[in-house]
Design a protein around this ligand. Structure first.
Ligand SMILES: Nc1ncnc2c1ncn2[C@@H]1O[C@H](COP(=O)(O)OP(=O)(O)O)[C@@H](O)[C@H]1O
Ligand SMILES: O=C(O)C1=C[C@@H](OP(=O)(O)O)[C@@H](O)[C@H](O)C1
Ligand SMILES: [Mg+2]
Length: 173
């Protein structure tokens, strides 16, 4: 059993928010890799970064996603950096699930993440860090995505409805 859809994209793209709405529309459970990490570690994402650094966080994240890709039947939102782990990219390709890339301009992403307090990789300079992460990650996101949705000017509900419609079209094709 594999997820019906996996959401990827930069912090602030709306993976967690729109993903939850999408699951509701589809009548499926929702999971978020950050929540799976927190459950496995018994600590917040920020605490895992503080205690174990980014490598420690990526290790727990990759294990949580590998497990979800093999036995979670629902909508799965990934943390924005999950695809920097090669094993996760490979597992996603092997699973053959729809991979939805949520996009937004840097201006929109910056507005949505605010001070970046809950996202350690954005700390101190969210706009600058988002720009650097976009340059590094956009090619990776594009390589794995099977569908891309622009979220600028769309509410989470509108984004979710658009993804649901596109998934439906594809399942009939
Ligand atoms: N389409 C949208 N329009 C406006 N605000 C949004 C949208 N999607 C998400 N947000 C807001 O942006 C912030 C980041 O959203 P989140 O779902 O946590 O993004 P991600 O999981 O991709 O980092 C939240 O405060 C959320 O309410
Ligand atoms: O981009 C990243 O590397 C991260 C994004 C976060 O998730 P969101 O993309 O849901 O904010 C979270 O996994 C962690 O703070 C690291
Ligand atoms: Mg999220």
């Amino acid at each position: 059993m594999t997820p019906r859809a996996v959401l990827v994209g930069l912090p602030g793209a709306g993976k967690s928010t729109s993903g939850r709405r999408l699951a509701k529309i589809l009548g499926l459970p929702f999971a978020d890799s950050d929540d799976l990490v927190e459950a496995a570690a018994g600590r917040s994402v920020a605490a895992v970064f503080a205690d174990s650094g980014e490598p420690g966080f990526r290790e727990v994240e990759a294990a949580a996603i590998a497990s979800a890709l093999s036995d979670f039947d629902g909508v799965l939102a990934l943390g924005g950096g999950a695809l920097s782990t090669a094993a996760t990219r490979d597992a996603l390709a092997t699973a053959g699930v729809p991979v939805v890339l949520l996009r937004a301009t840097l201006h929109t992403l910056t507005a949505r993440v605010g001070d970046g307090r809950t996202r350690p990789l954005l700390a101190a300079d969210p706009p600058g860090r988002l720009g650097a992460l976009a340059a590094e990650r956009d090619p990776v996101y594009r390589a794995v995505a099977t569908m891309t949705i622009d979220t600028d000017g769309r509410t989470p509900g509108q984004v979710a409805a658009t993804v649901a419609a596109r998934l439906h079209e594809r399942s009939r094709a």
